[in-house]
Design a binder for this molecule. Structure first.
Ligand code: 3EB
Length: 363
């Protein structure tokens, strides 16, 4: 994966590298026309940070280490390289009719799981869910809670794990458009990792909705060779046990979130994750409900000794109405050659998770 301003991608050799698996584009009104030969997830979220203007787009590029081929099954587009698969699927969730979002969720997951079965990459490692109107009440039930009902149903019918063995995930709002999912899947299963500070999400009590969310706190994937470990850490927020802490206080929520992230990383290390020991070994993406709070969150991250300018900050609503910030992370991923970049006044800078010479370091 590599994060770069969308304008950089247009000129980057990555765009036509046969090893590139897919791209997620954050921000802007329309997807990237020049990347239409790749599976592309377009996420309607605001890109935040110093030097970023309204409507800027950031591209998150996933590149494997061997040539990939692409395919479409039903409404799911994907590329795969014999080891890993990147897929993107979207489904319209119009506002007319109760449970349109639920139906879109079910349709998108059915299509995705069918494509993974046909392509023979049955194991989901990580899923990013982008949900328009995530906190909106829909016939007496919040749309995120309807999403949980239908994600579960699709997983259950496909005999996909809904508790232990469920993928790492996140579920964030979008500023409109369809429901969009993108994911990384594999031929081999991940090791599910839970956080000792948090109730497993799939065991949340009913007060958070009729069906608990189907995701693991982190997924550790061991590839075919010794050097392929990838640690995917789910969207993590200010939740201890199953309760939201620090309502209305974004700074305290950010601190609690970092404590949760440290705890889940420690759990991954005890499961034998290689090359990760500290939060600073991970690449972070932070979602903020209120764009004007970005400097506060940035300061908290810097105060924890993290390289706060290398974090990608995005504006999005979060799945509990009282949550103001959520942070996700990805660990060393040689098999995906992660590099990230984020805007500052000097333009964009990049950091790689590997010292790989295979990819250009722009900026
Ligand atoms: C939480 O811990 C915050 O429904 O897939 C985080 C990660 C959250 C994934 C999901 C939701 C999801 O409950 C919300």
């Amino acid at each position: 994966m590599q994060w770069m301003p969308a304008t950089e991608l247009a000129r980057s050799p990555l765009l036509h590298d046969v090893r590139t698996l897919g791209v997620a584009v954050h921000g802007g009104a329309v997807p990237l026309a020049f990347a239409s030969h790749l599976p592309q997830a377009h996420l309607l979220k605001g890109v935040l940070g110093k030097g970023v203007s309204d409507g800027d787009q950031v591209a998150e590029v996933w590149c494997g280490r061997s040539p990939a081929t692409d395919a479409t099954v039903g409404t799911t587009r994907f590329r795969h390289n014999g080891e890993l698969l990147f897929a993107s699927v979207s489904a319209a969730a119009t506002d007319d009719g109760v449970d349109a979002l639920g139906e879109a969720t079910y349709a998108a997951y059915r299509s995705l799981l069918n494509a993974l079965r046909v392509a023979e990459y049955p194991h989901l490692l990580r899923v990013w869910n982008s949900i328009p109107g995530i906190n909106v009440d829909d016939g007496g039930l919040e749309r995120y809670r309807r999403f949980n009902l239908h994600r579960f149903k699709a997983y259950d019918e496909a005999k996909h794990p809904t508790a232990t063995g469920a993928p790492a995930a996140c579920a964030l709002g979008s500023l409109g458009g369809p429901l969009v999912l993108y994911c990384i899947a594999s031929k081999t299963p991940p090791e599910a990792i839970e956080n000792p500070r948090q109730t497993s999400a799939y065991r949340y009590p009913q007060q958070y909705g009729p069906r608990a969310p189907s995701f693991s706190r982190a997924a550790l994937w061991r590839g075919q060779s010794d050097d392929s470990d990838v640690l995917f850490v789910s969207g993590t927020a200010s939740i201890v046990g199953h309760q939201t802490l620090h309502e209305g206080n974004v700074v305290a929520q950010a601190h609690e979130t970092l404590t949760n992230l440290q705890s889940v990383v420690a759990a991954a290390v005890s499961h034998g994750a290689r090359d990760v020991a500290l939060l600073s070994d991970l690449l972070l993406k932070a979602y903020l409900r209120h764009p004007d709070e970005q400097p506060l969150v940035r300061q908290v991250l810097a105060g924890h000794g993290l390289d706060a300018d290398k974090v990608l900050y995005l504006q999005a609503d979060i799945c509990r109405a009282e949550l103001l910030v959520e942070i996700e992370a990805i660990g060393p991923a040689p098999s995906l050659q992660i590099t990230t970049g984020t805007a500052d006044t000097q333009g964009f800078r990049f950091r790689s998770n590997t010292d790989s010479q295979a990819l250009p370091e722009n900026g």
